[in-house]
Design a protein around this ligand. Structure first.
Ligand SMILES: [Zn+2]
Ligand SMILES: [Zn+2]
Length: 281
């Protein structure tokens, strides 16, 4: 063990999110205050894709069966997409700690949050579904050293062991090519861009066949990846597909929270018109 990590083990240091001194020795360098501040969705969401239907601070609408404009136009192939909360604040910071700073212990907290989202599907999915993480392309996997969705999924599976057991089949989907940045593409262009990027491992087709599948990813951004993976899973014989992510980007939220700054407002407006943040996979 190098001196530096030995030092960190005995002297907790500062929270990697808010910089407050850490009081307890823990594998996760994030304070309990930050963890307690992880937000869930409190606003009305689309019953299929989970997009927010009303901006923040306009609560009181009934959570029901309403669909967003996009789902009304073209219904996604998956039954429903759920996530723990908006991709912002502590939840976003934890995802970044795991993905970009390789703080492995963040996966356990994120897995716990994902488990809650998955559990909300228990009634409609039925017992013993298969869980399939969205794969990384081999070049990305080599660069990062791990697939964050797989890590988070395995912690979620562990958390759900007694309440809603899921069978994690990590290699079921394969990424055939690295997707180029989705930034600046329209919804239609994004679909074409991602088309053919995934396939079901031929050796695992029989595992998928006839089963209900929960597709797992860290962040739901535009839904293009979820939709393409669903298409491929259904073609390989999956019965039905649901989607569960730790966090979700909301276009409406982007517009609402950027009000006040001209440049950010423009960015939010162009995002709402169909441009994705992209690039983060
Ligand atoms: Zn903190
Ligand atoms: Zn929708």
């Amino acid at each position: 063990m190098p001196m530096e990590s030995l030092f960190a083990t005995f002297f907790p240091g500062d929270c990697r999110i808010c910089s407050d001194p850490l009081l307890n020795i823990s594998r996760l360098p994030v304070c309990t205050n930050c963890i307690d501040n992880i937000q869930t969705f409190i606003n009305t969401q689309c019953a299929v894709c989970g997009e927010l239907l009303v901006a923040r601070n306009f609560r009181g609408e009934e959570q029901g069966t309403q669909l967003c404009g996009l789902c009304q136009q073209v219904r996604p192939r998956y039954i429903r997409a759920v996530s723990h909360g908006p991709y912002e604040g502590v939840l976003r910071d934890l995802v970044h700690l795991l993905k970009y700073q390789k703080v492995n212990s963040a996966a356990e907290v994120l897995g716990g949050k994902l488990a809650q989202a998955i559990e909300s599907l228990a009634d409609e999915v039925g017992p013993k579904p298969i869980a399939v993480p969205v794969p990384l392309h081999i070049s990305k996997l080599r660069q990062r050293g791990f697939n964050q969705s797989e890590r988070i999924a395995s912690h979620a599976a562990r958390a759900l062991r007694t309440t809603f057991p899921i069978e994690l089949v990590s290699g079921a989907l394969q990424r055939r090519r690295a997707t180029t940045s989705q930034t600046g593409l329209t919804r239609h262009q994004r679909r074409l861009n991602v088309r053919g990027s995934f396939r079901v491992d031929p050796l695992l087709r029989r595992v998928i066949a006839g089963r209900n599948v929960i597709l797992i990813d860290d962040v739901f951004t535009t839904g293009t990846t979820a939709e393409e993976c669903t298409r491929v899973l259904l073609r390989a014989g999956a019965a039905k597909v649901w989607v569960a992510t730790v966090a979700r980007v909301s276009k409406l939220e982007a517009v609402a929270s950027f009000q006040g700054s001209q440049s950010l407002r423009e960015e939010a407006a162009s995002f709402a018109l169909g441009n994705a943040f992209g690039g983060e996979s």
